[in-house]
Design a binder for this molecule. Structure first.
Ligand SMILES: Nc1ncnc2c1ncn2[C@@H]1O[C@H](COP(=O)(O)OP(=O)(O)O)[C@@H](O)[C@H]1O
Ligand SMILES: Nc1ccn([C@@H]2O[C@H](COP(=O)(O)O)[C@@H](O)[C@H]2O)c(=O)n1
Length: 516
């Protein structure tokens, strides 16, 4: 028998997040749901093969999730498991599946929310205790023998496919696969096939082919798959947006803002009054500009600041920012006994769940400060990187803390987000949107940053998410378009390989490179 580890590997192989990308408008609302493709067909007809071929051909398109109906087999009692091992349990009737849960998970994922999909073991004939977290799909491929049978599921698909295959070919493939991968023997596979698989195919699976938009042949089906992939590409192109570009076009966007940002006559005016005015206009919280804070910025801005000093003072500043964030968290009365046996009334943190989310590299210089103030805080991470051609932010990796991954906990959680500077605002925007998708309340997100560009994407972020608290230590003037060379440093477009990027002026330079 396969080990639980092997079983898990086999059963989760179909539910894979590859990458994810951004698809929201400037108001923070999702532009569109994920595109969902339903693939049905008999057992071993080639549904998984078709799903993987579509993913392979889509290639550069960032996020595709394959959701398998197999994950939704119901929990089985010990008696049912004994029947299953004797090949006497019917796993092909629609009643063997939790179709309601299947539709709920798909609905959530389609609407850009997280979902936690059950994990099923074919070798143990049982749903396992763990679930698989999925989030961020732009395209969802659903595959299963009954994927087109249920009307609730059908209503969620944008495209319906059916893989047509001869019964003898399906039986031959199933014997080979079930013996090799699912811990079965030949006689058992044949018994189960004749008793349950074939009748169910005739009664439920084959009749559902009438709902399909496209019927694919079992072999030599590349031509059909090519057409399907072309169709998906067209649909995605219709939906695409270039948010970062639009966020950087600040004049146009600022004219939309309800709170006008006062213009400064001095090019690089970093005076206290100028920063305070800008922060107020933008609705961001500026750290009190104490001599200490001003002194730290003066050191950090200095191009001659050594790495050692930069790290020390960035950590110090991060600690001050986190201390400021603490003022937003709820505290309650708490009694304690002192070492001299006296009772005193004090305070304790009253938030049920507090966690941090850092954006890999971008939030790194703030992490030590967070952990100094909130020692055991769970810290999740996101990797958001620009798409090479458009510079659109892409979510490449999503490792959120448990209290955000589960929706009922996310609704209670306070989240402190770390990002070193907000220029075009596109990464900040995407991070906030990801947290909202998970159910975190807008007024419980606290965004900490060293620096904001007054004329930049911050206006869009504020307008889209007015309840998010943004705390910064400084507000600088503007965000400028540059050409970032592949090997590092700035260059001129057309002279060497690189990509479009933005930088804040006067700024702190490339904070991550100076810190790491
Ligand atoms: N077009 C194809 N050409 C050759 N082999 C295929 C093809 N489609 C599927 N197979 C093989 O048949 C078996 C079952 O295919 P799979 O896609 O897992 O079926 P399903 O998901 O419908 O149960 C696998 O071993 C797979 O490699
Ligand atoms: N414990 C189980 C659960 C399901 N099956 C069979 O799996 C088939 C569906 O999966 P495909 O990948 O082939 O689409 C279905 O026909 C069930 O008979 C099983 O054998 N054991």
């Amino acid at each position: 028998m396969a080990t639980v580890h092997e079983t898990l590997e086999a059963s989760t192989r179909k539910n894979t997040i590859l990458k994810s990308h951004d698809r929201y408008n400037e108001s923070g609302a999702p532009l569109c749901d994920a595109f969902v493709i339903g693939i049905a067909g008999g057992s071993a007809s080639g549904k998984t093969h078709v799903a993987h071929e579509i993913v392979r051909q889509l290639g550069a398109i960032p996020s595709v999730v394959i959701m398998s109906q197999d994950s939704f087999y119901k929990w089985n009692s010990p008696e049912q498991i004994a029947l299953a091992f004797a090949n006497e349990k019917d796993f092909d009737h629609p009643d063997s599946l939790d179709l309601d849960l299947f539709a709920k998970c798909l609905r959530d994922l389609k609407r850009n929310r997280q979902t936690n999909v059950p994990v099923y073991s074919f070798s143990l004939h049982q749903r396992l205790d763990e679930t698989q977290y999925l989030y961020g799909a732009a395209i969802i491929i659903v595959e299963g023998i009954l994927a087109l049978h249920d009307s609730e599921l059908r209503n969620l698909y944008d495209l319906k496919l059916f893989v047509q295959c001869d019964s003898d070919l399906m039986l031959a493939r199933r014997i080979r696969r079930d013996v090799a991968e699912r811990g079965r023997d030949v006689n058992g596979v044949i018994d189960q096939y004749l008793r349950f698989v074939k009748p169910s195919f005739d009664n439920f699976v084959q009749p559902s082919s009438r709902y399909a938009d496209v019927i694919l042949p079992p072999k030599e089906n590349m031509e059909g798959i090519n057409l399907v992939v072309e169709y998906i590409r067209r649909k995605l192109a219709e939906r695409s947006s270039n948010l970062r570009e639009r966020m950087a076009l600040t004049e146009r966007l600022l004219s939309h803002t309800s709170t006008p940002v006062p213009a400064s006559s001095v090019k690089y005016d970093t005076s206290i009054e100028s920063m305070q005015r800008a922060a107020e206009g933008l609705g961001v919280q500026l750290l009190p500009q104490t001599p200490q804070v001003r002194g730290i910025y003066t050191l950090l801005r200095d191009e001659k600041c050594s790495k050692e000093d930069f790290i020390f003072y960035a950590d110090r500043l991060a600690t001050i920012l986190v201390e400021k964030a603490m003022e937003a968290l709820p505290f309650e009365k708490s009694e304690t006994t002192t070492p001299v046996e006296e009772r005193v009334v004090g305070q304790r943190l009253a938030a049920k769940e507090v966690c941090g989310v850092t954006i890999i590299r971008w939030g790194g210089p703030l992490e030590r400060g967070l952990q100094r103030v909130l020692r055991d805080i769970p810290l999740g991470s996101l990797l958001i990187q620009p798409e090479p051609n458009t510079s659109e932010p892409l979510l490449m990796h999503c490792m959120l803390p448990a209290c955000v991954r589960e929706r009922h906990r996310a609704e209670e959680a306070w989240v402190i987000v770390l990002g070193s500077q907000i220029g075009t605002g596109s990464t900040a925007f995407m991070t906030i949107r990801i947290l909202l998708d998970h159910g975190v309340r807008e007024d419980r997100i606290i965004f900490l940053t060293f620096l904001i560009a007054r004329v930049g994407g911050i206006a869009v972020v504020r307008r889209a998410f007015p309840k998010v608290r943004i705390i910064t230590g400084a507000v600088d003037n503007e965000v400028k378009e540059i050409w970032r060379m592949d090997g590092g440093g700035e260059g001129v477009k057309g002279q060497g390989k690189g990509r479009k990027d933005w930088k804040i002026e006067p700024g702190l330079g490339d904070i991550e490179s100076r810190y790491f």
